[in-house]
Design a protein around this ligand. Structure first.
Ligand code: NAD
Length: 346
């Protein structure tokens, strides 16, 4: 991308020079929320995303729209660069101009990683290395890596504290752990200010349509019983997107977490069966709950201890499962016309 002025002189990446925050994967669910929030806080945001078709790209276009609207309404600006995190030259250029990097781009999802581990490795690990290598040559203020509770794998004790052993049980978990380790090692070796946030199952407006919460809500809205994979005793720390945004935003204000790994969860740990009941009770209390076959690679339990995040950056989750689900259902009802077909077809 090259901009020209009236005299025909070309200024490569002129608009990028004003960019302060690079959000990789910023057209995705979490990246989209981050981009919008940063713009509303007055930052200039550049997003790198390849808008891939893992789930319906219409949702990503909506995320981009929301960020653009935020830029029109406020003082921050927004730019989408359509490109691949595996393109090292492109990543170099973008990281060069960024003060902060929030690295969200990844092939998310356990199931797809079971089907195609190598592709997930290329994007999640090699892509992260591109960001880190680029940062070695640039004066970036902070690199924040979106890690995952899936690095823990098998619990020996719950809730997970950050020093709990990491034995991921899916290629996705392995890729996030490998990338997280690179983030830590680059931080140590090359004096890079890095932070890894281990997100616990995130949900909220414009969430990926192929997740349990969007699926359960959609089924209940259509008077169909929610279908739980397995016996429903698996537990999760469902975390509302706004809490994830809050944790990330704090890292613009403090260097206290540099070099750290922090759990970012809700701490309101519920079973999948309970989740289905909470959603069913909100929407269609007379419906039964059905049970299907358990999916390979799914963790049995995840539960966050967020004491460290609280100590280091003052993170406190604000939504429990009932309040968060209620908010999500409210959003779903307002956006049902465009969002529901995408959930149904995923
Ligand atoms: P998402 O799929 O909505 O967002 C990821 C974005 O990255 C997408 O917009 C996608 O197009 C983009 N992307 C993928 N491959 C790319 C590539 N090769 N080049 C450029 N862009 C690419 O997923 P999400 O739920 O928003 O997850 C964001 C981050 O948070 C990911 O790193 C994920 O591993 C992590 N995470 C998510 C959750 C969750 O529950 N959603 C939990 C733990 C960790």
């Amino acid at each position: 991308r090259v901009d020209a002025d009236d005299s025909g002189t070309f200024y490569p990446f002129v608009r990028l020079l004003q960019a302060m925050i690079l959000v990789t994967g910023g057209a995705g669910f979490i990246g989209g929320h981050l981009a919008e929030a940063f713009i509303r806080d007055g930052y200039d945001v550049v997003t790198l995303d390849n808008l891939n078709s893992y789930y319906d790209v219409d949702i990503k276009r909506r995320n981009v729209e929301c960020a653009r609207e935020a830029a029109e309404e406020g003082t921050g600006s927004y730019e989408l660069v359509e490109g691949d995190i595996r393109d090292a030259d492109l990543v170099d250029d973008l990281v060069d101009d960024a003060e902060y990097v929030f690295h969200q781009a990844a092939q998310a999802g356990v199931r797809t990683s079971v089907e195609n581990p190598r592709r997930v490795n290329d994007i999640n690990v090699e892509g992260t290395l591109n960001v880190l290598d680029a940062a070695r040559e640039s004066p970036v203020e902070r690199i924040v890596f979106a890690s995952s509770s899936s690095v823990y794998g098998k619990p020996t004790s719950l809730p997970y504290e950050e020093d709990h052993p990491t034995t991921p049980i899916s290629p996705y978990g392995v890729s996030k752990l490998a990338a997280e380790n690179y983030v830590r090692v680059y931080g140590d070796l090359y004096d890079l200010p890095t932070v890894a946030l281990r997100y616990f199952t995130v949900y909220g407006p414009r969430m990926r349509p192929n997740m349990a919460i969007s699926n359960f809500v959609s089924r209940c809205m259509n008077d169909e019983p929610p279908i739980v994979y397995g016996d429903g005793t698996q537990t999760r720390d469902f975390t509302y997107a706004d809490d994830i945004v809050r944790a990330n935003t704090k890292l613009l204000e403090t260097d206290a977490a540099d070099g750290e790994v922090l759990n970012i969860g809700s701490t309101d740990n519920v079973s999948i069966a309970t989740l289905a009941e909470v959603i069913r009770d909100e929407i269609a209390p007379d419906l039964d709950i059905e049970y299907g076959e358990r999916q390979a690679g799914d963790a049995e339990h995840t539960h966050a201890d967020v004491t460290k995040a609280n100590d280091v950056i003052g993170y406190e989750p604000t939504e429990d499962i009932r309040s968060g689900v209620r908010k999500f259902i409210g959003w779903y009802q307002e956006n049902r016309e465009w969002y529901e077909p995408l959930v149904r077809s995923s």
